[in-house]
Design a protein around this ligand. Sequence first.
Ligand code: ADP
Ligand code: MG
Length: 236
Amino acid sequence: MKPAIEIRGLQFSYPDGKAALRGVSFSITEGECVGLVGPNGSGKSTLLLHLNGILPEEYPKISNVIICGKQLSRESATDIRRDVGLLFQDPDDQLFCPTVFEDVAFGPQQFGSSEEEVKNAVAKALEQTGLLGSEFRSPHHLSSGEKRRVCLAGVLACDPKVLALDEPTSNLDPRGKRSLIKTLQSISATKIIATHDLEMVVELCSRTILLDQGAIIADGPTQQLLGDEELMLAHG
Ligand code: ADP
Ligand code: MG
């Protein structure tokens, strides 16, 4: 099986000098579903922002991010954005259209799908996220859980090869969470899920990566990692 995500010695500091990633390396095979856990500030969101080239602002000559066999570069970035669907931690960073329909349709429209294809992709994504009937509501009038579902619908509508989800269950009620887990189980894309929701990790991810202070502390079978009480307590 080919790797869908390859990260080689990734380091990143924010402009204020704060080192957020200190030499992170891992590889995720096509179709794998991997949990990314760790305390607040450990670098989970920063790592996910590297997967579709939102960070860094300027790509190095030899990038240490390789997605579906393509090394991230200025030339490959458009393709890579198409391959990787990223759900932001904060839904307000992702929603900007006057209606739910337009927001969910935005991605497929950008990728040049026909009107018919866009309509079908939006309908399917709204169904997968339990939002059918909300097409003409304003995203800004929705609850935070509903906003998160609209964001996810926008990502799913693009049918990406890789799903990178940043705290997808935060603000979801128990029913919303159950249905999210079911939806994700039904999608064959490679997944990496940053979360504090260990219950979801156990259900969805056979493998887990534990990050702390910008470094990988452990990477292995979920049962083994989460079962290691000492390790889990030591890293929040
Ligand atoms: P996590 O998602 O695991 O909570 P983050 O990736 O958000 O961690 O943050 C990693 C580190 O980078 C933290 O110390 C955080 O304060 C810092 N950081 C995150 N975003 C920014 C930013 N835009 N500017 C400066 N520092 C940031
Ligand atoms: Mg985060």
